[in-house]
Design a protein around this ligand. Structure first.
Ligand SMILES: [Mn+2]
Length: 378
């Protein structure tokens, strides 16, 4: 039972622990972050059983608990690999302030190494970093134990640490958890675009030698991929939250379906407005992608009650030259006047390119519309 320590940690009274070691992935809580935290937690817990200096090992998922259900492939695959989902700690169910004041706290960052603004208070407690991104010059982590190598998946680095040690057994369920993660992160070692390195391949092959019940690579990949895209059970607001980036207080939500189809769901427009109201967003930008076979289609909608903001955002996206999104209006979709919808003919432009355009538009808008702003300028 590799995950027994997860269940045991759930029963403990956190404020009463002398030493605690938290293993934490990044805020997207994708499969890589979740699997890396759990698998490294397993190894650390084995070490802690011999070395009491490590303390109680607790892997946490770095999202609010209510958002866990949105990470369909993470829920599914953790469960499949035997992780007791009901015993997991999440970002809002672990009390860092309590741990900082009552215990000797050590934090291991996996699958990221740059802390977000809200996490900077954790910095003095970080004792180890394991990441597969290139080193961020602002986050050098001097005097902290570092395992950093640019590979396809952080799970590759964790698996490497596990299979190159022989002090502790590596259970099948721990290997499987990492194995599926590497398959998903590297798109099953696909060449277009190439998301893997020689190290991902050699680690994967070594794992295959050890796995007793291994599914075929491509079978496992399509299984995980189809579950990641399975949105049938979601409400409108869950869909909007599933893959969300908020920039200048405007949410830019990515959906795995065309925006037309999304907005055709019953009460979708009202639900989007309710979502905006409840978070005090003045507008919502929705990006839809659908892939049928090899054909990729993209659409963008902007929803806002504020006509002037709607216009500023629309102008910014339609008039952008870098990149030129090649937006083509889709005939009036709603009579409310609060929604504009476009087909995006430039298929290469993704949210990464669109977010800066939204940000710039909002800054311009606020400069001209926020009361008192122009009068305070000298
Ligand atoms: Mn990763």
């Amino acid at each position: 039972m590799a995950w027994q320590f997860v269940g045991e940690a759930a029963k403990l009274q956190l404020g009463a622990l002398q030493k605690v070691r938290i293993i934490m992935g990044n805020e997207s809580c994708d499969l890589d972050s979740a699997a890396s935290a759990l698998a490294y937690g397993y190894l650390q817990n084995c070490m802690a059983n011999r070395n009491p200096n490590i303390g109680t090992v607790i892997p946490i998922l770095n999202i609010p608990q209510e958002d866990f259900i949105l990470k369909t492939e993470v829920c599914y695959y953790l469960k499949k690999c035997g992780v007791p989902l009901g015993n997991l700690f999440f970002r809002d169910t672990i009390n860092f302030d309590l741990l900082m004041s009552s215990s000797e706290l050590g934090i291991v960052l996996v699958d990221h190494h740059a802390l977000s603004d809200k996490d900077t208070s954790l910095k003095p407690y970080v004792i180890e970093v394991i990441d597969h991104r290139p080193l961020d010059p602002d986050w050098q982590w001097e005097n902290v134990k570092k395992t950093m190598e640019t590979v396809g998946s952080c799970a590759t680095l964790i698996a490497d640490l596990l299979i190159t040690q022989n002090e502790f057994p590596v259970p099948e369920e721990v290997l499987m958890l990492l194995y599926g993660t590497i398959i998903l992160d590297t798109a099953c070692l696909s060449d277009n675009p190439k998301k893997f390195t020689d190290k991902d391949v050699s680690v994967l092959e070594e794992m295959e030698k050890r796995l007793v019940n291994k599914p075929g690579r491509s079978t496992l990949y399509s299984e995980l991929l189809s579950i990641r895209c399975d949105i049938t059970e979601f409400s409108i607001s869950q869909l909007l939250r599933k893959d969300l980036k908020v920039v200048s207080n405007i949410p830019v939500s990515s959906l795995p379906l065309l925006v037309q189809d999304f907005l055709s769901m019953s009460d979708a427009e009202e639900e989007v407005e309710r979502f905006a109201e409840s978070h005090q967003y003045k507008a919502v930008v929705i990006l839809g992608v659908s892939k049928l076979g090899t054909e990729l289609k993209r659409e963008i909608a902007i929803v806002s009650q504020e006509r002037s903001l709607l216009k500023v955002l629309t102008d910014s996206l339609t008039k952008s030259k870098t990149p030129n999104l090649q937006l083509q209006p889709i005939k009036k979709f709603s009579d409310s006047g609060k929604v504009v919808l476009f087909r995006q003919l430039n298929k290469d432009a993704s949210r990464k390119q669109i977010v800066p355009l939204v940000k710039e538009a909002v800054i311009n808008y606020e400069r001209t519309h926020s009361p008192g702003c122009s009068s305070t300028r000298s």
